[in-house]
Design a protein around this ligand. Structure first.
Ligand code: DLL
Length: 391
């Protein structure tokens, strides 16, 4: 059996897990209903009470929550605790100019680090690793999320942040990093810069790479393996739910194990939002079962995937979700940043010289995604904006 961070939960029987999930679902619905006026109103409108939750299937009676709800209640309207109990905020971009703000209590941060620690160990991480975190530190959940998880397992963390890629390569080489954490496209870019600098992968000590926050294909993973000498694994999450730490691949790389004792996942048919049969693709909807600061009931991620509960070779019984196949909306992820075309439109339409038509194209610069925007001006001429907002 593989090494595990929390064997008791990671190998729990499906029936014990379901019982635990039901107990927690009852508690969190009660908690959200009593503490967050937004949920009380939504439940009342849907004519459902927390006491109606008697089985896991009863979750289908609860109303959904969306990114728009977070935006409408910006910045702290959905919090279930007084601000005094909040110890951290993060944010991600929303559909308007305002970011989506998320907040954590002390217990939320502990739960988050435990979830991360499980995924890190599943991906092959150990206390002996020296890990370079090349996600941007700041409001983005990626860097601090992974950072706390690696520290929790006792590894050595290099908080390199992103950018200044030649320096990243120097740090990887000189500080003898054995693990790399970044977006998959940035890892490929690091490989490209390393090759340009005339440094061979054999000169590095890298052995594993935890990549996430954007889609990566098996071909991309093969390339990462060849060019950086790492065993790459994919990990998934979103700020509204916790950040990274929702699910991640084990070394067998056959789907991302979900931390199901904290995140109850449903896959719903895209158009009618009703459950699919196991294995079918649909929209992932997540309910946080233990989060105190910002509980999320049936949050529509808009991400498309499927879930299997078939046993995994690693011995974990936690269900696995497939790589994200796409989105049900038009959100783009460009270099780890969520970009909504409507945000760009909002900016363009406030410029008096700009006419009504524009075209957004996602292009490739080496291994990195980039945006190009063609705008029709009022005088009939065409303006091309390359790499808007990206440094
Ligand atoms: O990207 C959290 C994260 C950080 C996950 C680091 C993994 C590693 P947001 O910025 O809120 O949070 O973006 C969430 O990114 O709804 C997906 O559309 C996309 N996404 C995240 N991970 C993956 C992945 C973080 N492994 C949004 N594959 C999500 C494909 C991903 N898409």
């Amino acid at each position: 059996m593989e090494r595990m961070y929390d064997k008791k939960i990671e190998t729990i029987t499906r029936s014990e897990l379901k019982a635990l999930q039901l107990e927690r679902l009852k508690k969190i619905t009660e908690y959200a209903y009593n503490r967050v006026p937004f949920y009380k109103k939504k439940f009342d409108e849907a004519k459902v009470k927390p006491s109606d939750i008697k089985t896991l299937k009863d979750i289908e009676r609860l109303p959904f929550t969306t990114k728009t709800d977070l935006r409408d209640n910006y910045p702290y309207g959905l919090l279930a605790v007084p601000m005094d109990d909040i110890v951290r905020v993060h944010a991600s971009s929303g559909t308007s100019g305002k970011p989506t703000v998320v907040a954590y209590t002390r217990n939320d941060l502990d739960m988050w680090s435990d979830c991360m620690a499980r995924l890190i160990v599943a991906a092959g991480g150990t206390s002996r690793d020296i890990v370079q975190i090349s996600f941007g530190y700041g409001l983005f959940t990626g860097a601090l999320g992974l950072h706390q998880g690696w520290e929790k397992i006792g590894a050595t963390v290099i908080p390199a942040s992103s950018g200044n890629t030649e320096r990243q390569v120097m740090l990887l080489k000189d500080l003898r990093a054995t693990a790399l954490v970044s977006t998959p496209s940035y890892a490929l870019y690091i490989a490209e810069v390393m090759e340009r600098m005339g440094i061979k992968k054999e000169e590095l000590a890298l052995r594993i790479g935890l990549f996430g926050s954007e889609a990566s294909s098996p071909e991309m993973h093969k390339e990462l393996q060849e060019r950086l000498g790492v065993l790459p694994t994919d990990n998934y999450g979103l700020s509204e739910i916790i950040g990274p730490g929702v699910s991640g691949e084990c070394v067998f790389k056959c789907g991302m194990h979900i931390n199901e004792d904290h995140f109850l996942c449903e896959i719903l048919k895209e158009d009618i939002l009703e459950p699919v049969t196991e294995g079918e693709y649909g929209e992932l909807v997540i309910t946080t079962l233990t989060k105190e600061g910002l509980p999320m009931i049936r949050y529509r991620t808009k991400d498309i995937t499927n879930i299997t509960t078939e046993p995994c070779k690693c011995g974990r019984t936690l269900a696995r979700m497939d790589k994200i196949k796409g989105r049900t909306d038009d959100m783009l992820k460009i270099r780890g940043v969520n970009v909504f075309p409507s945000q760009i439109e909002g900016v363009l339409m406030n410029i008096p010289e700009v006419g009504g038509n524009y075209e957004i194209t996602v292009t490739r610069e080496g291994c990195l995604d980039a945006l190009e925007i063609k705008v029709e001006l009022n005088d009939g001429s065409l303006l091309t904006i390359m790499r808007p907002f990206l440094s």
